[in-house]
Every structure is written in C-alpha cells, then in structure tokens.
Design a protein around this ligand. Structure first.
Ligand code: PRP
Ligand code: MG
Length: 212
C-alpha cells in the first residue's frame, strides 16, 4: 500500500501546531525536524518538512499529496489549490499598515505610493479589485522595517498579535484577509491516497469537535 505524502512547515509558526494535530489524531512520527522526511510508525503516512512558500508548488506538481499550510500562503501562491478542512490554529490577518503618523486610512489612500510586502500577488489582487495603482516592493522578511528606512509608504504583511507593527511604529489601516491553517490537497492525489486522507480528515474532525 502506498503512503500518503503530507507536507508540513519545516520551521516557523505552523510547525509546532501541525505536529501536534498529527499527534492528536494518533499519528506518531519518529524524528525531529532534522530530517526532511519521516514516516509514521502506525499509519501509511510520510511527512515532508518543507519551506512554507514552496509547499503550493509541491502540491501543484503532485510531489506531495496534502499539506498543512496557512490559507494566506495558498491565496498568494496557489489560488487554485483545494483545501478540505480548516484546522483552527495559526489564525492571522494579512493587513495593510502605515506609519502611525501617516494620514492614510485605507488601501485607497496608498494610490500612487509604494507598498512593501512578501505577498505581492495578494496585494495586486486587491489593488486590481479596487482599481488602485501602487508600486509593489517585494521583501521576504522583516517587511515592517520598510517605511522606517524610506523604502515604502506602507506595507502588507501578516498580523498576528500586532506586536511587530507596534514595535515598528506602524498602524493597521485595512485587513485584506483573515487566515488560519488548513488541510490542502493536491489535484493529482491518487484514489488510494485520497482514501488515506479521508481517514485523516475524519480523525481531525473528531479532534476539532472535542476542542469546542
Ligand atoms: C511574521 C510576519 C509579521 C509578524 C506578525 O514575521 O511577517 O512580521 O510575524 O506577528 P505579530 O503580529 O504577532 O507580531 P516573522 O517573525 O515570522 O519573521 P519574518 O517576517 O522575518 O519572516
Ligand atoms: Mg515578519
């Protein structure tokens, strides 16, 4: 019988909760994060530890069958990827923020200005919808520093506790979307592996029900 290949974030905010939910549904994985791949002892599952941003492409290519991933990453990099379950953790917003002394109160107010972000496709989508033009500067991390160093007038990034915005003297002016971890599925998954995934999904639903 073939194993279901499921991707989880290698390191970062989702990793711990992703591993916990697998444990909660009775899938025990031997190793820590040092290995990039690990098999479950008691279930036909292999776990792949990958970089968040790479996971959508792996799903599209069918290199992995499923993934625990932030909805925000799917929206940015894999809008056409199906997800079958919301997992209730890693809740965050993807928001527009500006220096607290700025007069801008919405994305509209950044028309013609510069926005720094790690979420260019998401920003472009909203700019297009609202018929706004702005210069997008792509930064892979520490986006909140951009206005302070004169690189941008506003930013678009993940807001969780809000502490990074606060520490950098920024204020949130518009929430583009809200997100949480989801169980995403490759369109190339085989029927045999889909059946394994359905078992996992069933167990996840029981665990989530128990938490409410
Ligand atoms: C993430 C995200 C925000 C911050 C939001 O950054 O890019 O900057 O967390 O969380 P908060 O609202 O609770 O402060 P991270 O710390 O993962 O680092 P990076 O941006 O350099 O990847
Ligand atoms: Mg950050």
């Amino acid at each position: 019988m073939s194993n279901l290949r499921i991707a989880v974030q290698k390191s970062g905010r989702l990793n711990e909760d992703s591993m916990r939910i697998l444990k909660d549904i009775g899938i025990s994985i031997d190793n820590g994060k040092d290995q990039l791949k690990a098999s479950a002892r008691n279930f036909p599952v292999e776990v792949f530890y990958l970089r968040n941003g790479d996971i959508p492409q792996y799903l599209k290519d069918g290199v992995v069958d499923a993934a625990i991933i932030g909805e925000n990453v799917l929206i940015e990099k894999g809008a056409d990827i199906e997800f079958v379950e919301r997992l209730g953790f890693s809740k965050c917003k993807v928001s527009i923020a500006v220096p607290k002394e700025s007069n801008a109160n919405s994305l509209q107010d950044l028309d013609g200005q510069r926005i720094a972000t790690s979420y260019p496709e998401t920003v472009k989508k909203f700019l297009k919808e609202k018929n706004i033009k702005a210069d997008i500067h792509i930064i892979n991390g520490s986006v909140e520093i951009a206005p302070n160093i004169g690189l941008a007038d506003g930013i678009c990034d993940i807001v969780s506790s809000g502490s990074t915005l606060f520490k950098n003297g920024l204020k949130e002016i518009e929430v583009l979307l809200t997100s949480e971890a989801v169980l995403a599925v490759s369109s190339k998954i085989s029927a045999e592996r889909r059946a394994i995934l359905e078992k996992i999904q069933f167990r996840i639903q029981s665990v989530l029900k128990g938490q409410n």
